[in-house]
Write a protein that binds this ligand. Structure first.
Ligand code: ZN
Length: 172
């Protein structure tokens, strides 16, 4: 069952998500719904707070596979940084260049409760960072200069009144 994606400026997007303490059947059902919602919305990733659930769970559709990560933590990020285009399912219709570390290492639990470590670069590293930001109430627009953020939000408000004009291709 697809869930409703919360959009900016919904206050839930600014709250910090709580760690998952137990992986239950209910949580697995929620994870399925999170993945389904992401796929229907054609996003590369979706974090639980984006559907109003303040728990540290993210879904990703990358590398021809779906990942659900529980309590993901960034263990290491490269000093080398790279600029890439980002959009967000919670700020639909707009996108911007965001600079982030090229490569990161993330530790998380999978849905079986096993610890996994992912080391990724390029788009997957970007999706991971973007989704983990969501768990901390951070949005991609927070990484922009104030001038760029204001321009982007003005465009977003304009598009909200004429929603068919969206041209963003990279939604995370
Ligand atoms: Zn997002």
């Amino acid at each position: 069952m697809a869930l409703k994606i919360r959009v900016y400026p919904d206050a839930v997007l600014r709250r910090r998500a709580q760690p998952v303490t137990q992986i239950t059947d209910e949580l697995r059902k929620f994870a399925d719904a999170l993945v389904e919602t992401m796929v229907l919305a054609k996003g590369y990733g979706l974090a639980a707070p984006q559907v109003g659930v303040l728990q540290r769970i993210i879904a990703m559709d990358v590398e021809q596979d779906f990942y659900v990560l529980i309590n993901p933590e960034i263990l290491w990020a490269s000093d080398e940084r790279i600029i890439g285009i980002e959009g967000c399912l919670s700020i639909p219709g707009v996108e911007a260049e965001v600079e982030r570390p090229c490569q990161i290492r993330v530790r998380a639990l999978n849905l079986d409760g096993q610890e996994i470590v992912l080391e990724r670069d390029d788009l997957v590293a970007r999706v991971l960072q973007h989704e983990i930001d969501h768990l901390n109430g951070i949005l991609f627009i927070d990484h922009l200069s104030q001038a760029k953020r204001l321009t982007l939000l003005k465009e977003y408000e304009r598009l909200k009144k004429a929603p068919k004009k969206s041209k963003a291709k990279v939604s995370l």
